[in-house]
Design a protein around this ligand. Structure first.
Ligand SMILES: *Cc1c(COP(=O)(O)O)cnc(C)c1O
Ligand SMILES: [Zn+2]
Length: 414
């Protein structure tokens, strides 16, 4: 028993219980393991009054996390929920549209800081001196930064074709960065072998059960920011499909602790890029059978996972909650990034463009009721994927003029 309220691990399929350990699958059926909590104990400790006394960051919900004492990510979470009035008007009639903006999550400007804060604390508790990850970019940035904060070494494996900003934002923290000649799924397979062989706490492999719990804090914050209510609809982009499931778990746990005004009835809408859409492809077939995408090809590299670990659960959640999903082209992704920037003044990376563009598509098809509350989960920062907007012809060429008023007037702007 490691903390007051997190009491071990349990298999999501057969229910076999395990003590806290750096393991992520059940030895009987290889199904994923999940952290188990003492909810009765948590309910006594985690009241609205108690929460409101704490700083506005992810640790204010610590009784529902596997770690209660951060060793990194001290101010992670606590990101703004914006009422997206202009975007709602532009799409047409959405008066209760919100954007949860993790593009300003610290320290590395994506929601991955939430999962890493939990898993680095756990790695330290297990006695690892090195942490690592298989990453499409944002996780790399966050593990590198938070290892530095916690005084641990880090080893980061990425597919060799990642955005320059994601590479720089990993190496600057002193991480050992390794580029693998392959797609994310090759990197992930290699990391599974490394986790079996070396004494490295790989946050999304042998520490995955703990890691994934950090995502719940995005859902806790949304519910609190909406006045202790779950939204009617959530739109979220999916990579491995973990975040979307943990948002659902967050609303359920808040209901279990009687922190919500009403039972949650949230519809989950999953978003992917058409160039890597294993989960939305299944959802559109009304199936939970994931057909892996062998050659992902999209500018949304941070969510380009061809064989998603939690794809089955994500597809089931979207279908069973009365939501659904769709995917969008690279051109639509760029339009989505620009639409959010032009209407709300928020710059998101390609993955956020996927979320906005998919929302637009679902809304225009009449699939999301504009009278309901809808939250778009914007998971990353636009400054990291500027490559997508720097292609010729995407943004206008800025005119260069002589420093004279007449030259300015010649432009006939105002
Ligand atoms: C990792 C990531 C996601 C989604 O991750 P899941 O694997 O589905 O939990 C979404 N957006 C961004 C920017 C990411 O880096
Ligand atoms: Zn099992």
């Amino acid at each position: 028993m490691s903390t007051a309220t997190a009491v071990g691990l349990r298999c999501r399929e057969c229910g076999t219980e395990y003590a806290d350990n750096p393991i992520n699958v059940c030895e009987h059926d290889f199904a994923p393991l999940e952290v188990v909590y003492d909810y009765a104990g948590a309910k006594k400790l985690l009241t609205r009054e108690q929460i409101s006394k704490r700083a506005f960051n992810m640790w204010r919900y610590r009784e529902l996390l596997p770690e209660q004492e951060p060793v990194s990510g001290f101010n992670t979470g606590g990101t703004p929920l914006y009422h997206a009035k202009h975007l709602g008007e532009r799409i047409g009639g959405f008066k209760k549209l919100y954007v949860k903006f993790d593009g300003v999550c610290v320290p590395t400007l994506s929601f991955k800081d939430r999962v890493v804060a939990v898993s680095v604390a756990r790695a330290k508790r297990f006695g690892f001196d090195t942490v690592g990850c298989a990453s499409t970019g944002n996780l790399a940035n966050s593990v590198a930064a938070q290892a530095a904060q916690a005084g641990l070494k880090s080893v980061i494996l990425i597919p060799k074709s990642l955005e320059r900003a994601k590479v720089v934002n990993t190496q600057v923290y002193g991480a050992k960065l390794i580029k693998v000649d392959g797609h994310y799924d090759d990197v992930n397979r290699l990391c599974a072998e490394i986790a079996n062989d070396a004494k490295i706490g790989i946050v999304n492999v042998n520490l995955r059960a703990y890691y994934a719990e950090g995502s719940k804090t995005m859902g806790f914050e949304v519910a609190e920011q909406l006045g202790w209510k779950a939204p009617d609809n959530v739109v979220v982009c999916m990579a491995g499909g973990s975040l979307i499931n943990k948002l659902n778990k967050a609303f359920k746990e808040f209901a279990q602790l009687e922190l919500l005004e009403a039972e949650p009835h949230c519809r989950f809408w999953g978003a992917q890029a058409t160039g890597c859409n294993p989960i939305t492809d299944a959802i559109k077939r009304k199936s939970d059978l994931i057909k892996p995408v062998k050659e992902p090809n999209t500018i949304a590299r941070s969510i380009a996972i061809g064989n998603p670990a939690d794809g089955y659960f994500a597809a089931r959640l979207c279908l069973d909650s009365g939501g659904g999903g769709d995917d969008v082209s690279d051109a639509e992704i760029v339009q989505g990034m620009r639409l959010l920037a032009e209407t709300e003044g928020l710059f998101t990376e390609t993955a956020g463009g996927v979320t906005v563009a998919t929302f637009k598509k679902l809304a225009e098809a009449g699939r999301i009721n504009p009278d309901e509350t809808t939250v778009l989960c914007i998971t990353g920062q636009g400054l990291k994927t500027m490559d997508a907007l720097m292609e010729p012809g995407v943004l206008p060429e800025a005119p260069v003029i002589k420093p004279s008023l007449s030259a300015f007037k010649d432009l006939k702007i105002a």
